[in-house]
Design a protein around this ligand. Structure first.
Ligand code: NAG
Ligand code: NAG
Ligand code: NAG
Length: 283
């Protein structure tokens, strides 16, 4: 694989969309995706090859859309939790991604990339359940000699479009490194206002220069995880409250900051098209 990495550059973020209906779509839990006819699916197309090493998309955990629809909506970062079964890698939360195994999911991404050649998709694989050490090996066999996959630690230039860029996670040492802003207990949500404070803290943290040198910053924003302490807050109900606020917050940031901040990859639950678009605008 040709190295085109430019050290010192970082993965900036974002998302996107152009939907100007009266009601803004910042939260979505519907399976169907209604893309406006003029929606820019390949939003990375206008990105300058030289400008940034790579742009991120956002993670959408607990997402209602299929993998393909998430790609179309602009999401460019996926977190797959997998466990080995024989030579296969099965994906947990199958219904969300439709595909029970990693190979099929990667094929779906590749098919998307072959159609939208300007795009780059980050993939993080997290081994779960059992035989975790087999996972990097199996993924390695799949990706190492695949010209459509990037498994180097060096961050590729955005010029390297059309690829699946693997992202490291703990023992999974394939691909570029990721700095996560979230601390373990940030997952525990007891209070929406506190959650907002944390999101602002994370968004600010990812703009620090120090993290930009050699790793991608994963910004943990409305990704809620499973709150342990309160039964009345679940990822969906939280996203419903957080997403409109996050939209406004990003909107405020985009107006006051010049140059625009680079937030890294923003993780969200149930984002609607307008929220996605807002993030993409930061590119
Ligand atoms: C897309 O269509 C909507 C509604 O028809 C319009 O308001 C918007 O400006 C269009 N966006 C672009 C980029 O053409
Ligand atoms: C956005 O800015 C407006 C005007 O300065 C302010 O009233 C509002 O609270 C801000 N919203 C968020 C979510 O930061
Ligand atoms: C979306 C995501 O990957 N979030 C991460 C946030 O940080 C926690 C704790 O470090 C991780 O466990 C999550 O995976």
């Amino acid at each position: 694989m040709k190295k085109m990495g430019v050290p010192g550059k970082i993965l900036c973020v974002l998302m996107l969309l152009l939907h100007s209906s009266i009601q803004q779509q910042v939260f979505n839990d519907q399976e169907t995706l209604h893309l406006p006819a003029n929606y820019t699916v390949g939003w990375m197309e206008t990105l300058d090859d030289e400008n940034l090493a790579l742009y991120g998309g956002f993670i959408a955990k607990c997402q209602a859309w299929s993998l393909e629809n998430q790609l179309k909506a602009g999401i460019r970062f996926f977190d797959f939790r997998v466990f080995p079964l024989g030579k296969k890698l099965l994906i947990m939360h199958g219904p969300v991604y439709q595909y029970p195994n990693l190979k099929d999911a990667l094929e779906t991404i590749k098919t998307f990339l072959s159609k939208y050649k300007s795009e780059t998709v980050l993939v993080r694989v997290k081994p779960v359940l059992f035989f975790k050490s087999k996972v990097p090996l199996l993924v390695g066999q799949m990706a190492k000699n695949d010209p459509d996959s990037w498994t180097d630690e060096t961050i590729p230039n955005i010029g390297q479009r059309g690829k699946i860029v693997f992202v490291q996670k703990n023992a999974f040492r394939l691909g570029i490194r990721l700095y996560e802003t979230a601390k373990h207990n940030d997952y525990i949500v007891t209070n929406v206002e506190k959650k907002k404070e944390k999101i602002i803290k994370h968004l600010t943290e990812t703009t620090y220069e120090q993290y930009r040198a050699d790793c991608v910053v994963l910004n943990y924003s409305s990704g809620t995880g499973m709150p342990r302490l309160r039964l009345d807050i679940n990822p969906k109900s939280l996203a419903k409250q957080i997403n409109p606020w996050l939209y406004k917050h990003l909107d405020n940031e985009s107006k006051k900051s010049n140059p625009k901040p680079c937030f890294g990859v923003i993780s969200m639950d149930f984002p609607g098209l307008d929220l996605i678009k807002k993030v993409i605008e930061f590119n």
